[in-house]
Design a protein around this ligand. Structure first.
Ligand code: FE2
Length: 262
């Protein structure tokens, strides 16, 4: 199963809108061109939130056309910048915001960690119950699971971002630990790469398709690393291979002096 994750596309109200000086339509197209050149076949595209910068309906219409360049099989979950109603209303296919996918030997769960009006994330009782039911059903069928969400469920070492991590992360991991076939947790939000383990579970965060945040920063700090994406290969035996690739031949002028973007 050849999977691509694109995250934090931050498309603006209209084409050419900028985030910290970066035209987010242009940077997304550059990343899509990179995926096309490196991955001739994509089975599944997972989009892990902040797909629009301010929940603008037209952003979701454009997003659809961008993702369709890679595969018709793209699935979305909301981030703190998204508008859930606008996402649903503008998704041309009713399954775009589906909560659970089953493909071959794998299950992919798409969680919603958005708290409307807040920057930080939380899953909440209903979302955790949905996750438990999904993982139980997958365990019965001996499927391996990849769990996706927007906010980070672990501290990543940027103080300003870690204030926004999933508030009920302890309950989230207590649940995952009951299901040994969970192989990975994949998120966005932090605009930087993370790849580590918690027990047998691989914890993965990925660069944004537009602006990146500086690792290890106490306060808000963007950096000049290029936009990129994560690829994942989900093997029939539960193996998970993954890596990150970044745009090399297009330059973007990031406004590094900005005091923030939230
Ligand atoms: Fe973001």
């Amino acid at each position: 199963m050849r999977v691509v994750q694109l995250t934090d596309t931050h498309l603006c109200h209209s084409r050419g809108g900028k985030l910290l000086g970066v035209d987010t339509d242009r940077s997304l197209q550059a990343v899509i061109d990179l995926v096309k050149s490196e991955r001739p076949a994509v089975d599944l595209l997972l989009a892990t939130g902040d797909l629009s910068d301010q929940g603008a309906p037209d952003a979701y219409v454009r997003l659809q056309a961008y993702f369709d360049q890679l595969t018709p099989n793209h699935f979305w979950l909301p981030g703190n910048h998204d508008d859930r109603a606008a996402m649903t209303d503008n998704a041309a296919h009713p399954l775009r915001l589906v909560r659970e996918l089953r493909v071959g030997h794998w299950q992919v769960v798409m969680l919603d960690s958005q708290v409307p009006g807040e920057v930080g994330g939380e899953l909440g009782r209903d979302e955790l119950r949905m996750l438990e039911q999904a993982l139980s059903a997958a365990a019965e069928q001996q499927l391996f699971s990849l769990v996706c969400l927007h906010h980070q469920p672990v501290a990543i070492g940027c103080d300003w971002l870690d204030e926004q991590m999933v508030a009920d992360a302890d309950a989230f991991f207590a649940l995952l630990e009951r299901f040994p076939r969970v192989r990975g947790v994949l998120w966005g939000h932090v605009h930087q790469q993370v790849d580590r383990y918690r027990g047998g579970i691989r914890l993965l965060a990925s660069p944004s398709t537009c602006v990146q945040f500086a690792p290890g920063s106490e306060d808000f700090k963007a950096d000049a690393s290029p936009p990129g994406y994560r690829w994942l290969e989900l093997q029939p035996d539960g193996g998970l291979d993954t890596g990150v690739s970044r745009v090399r031949d297009v330059t973007f002028d990031v406004d590094l002096d900005s005091g923030g973007y939230l």
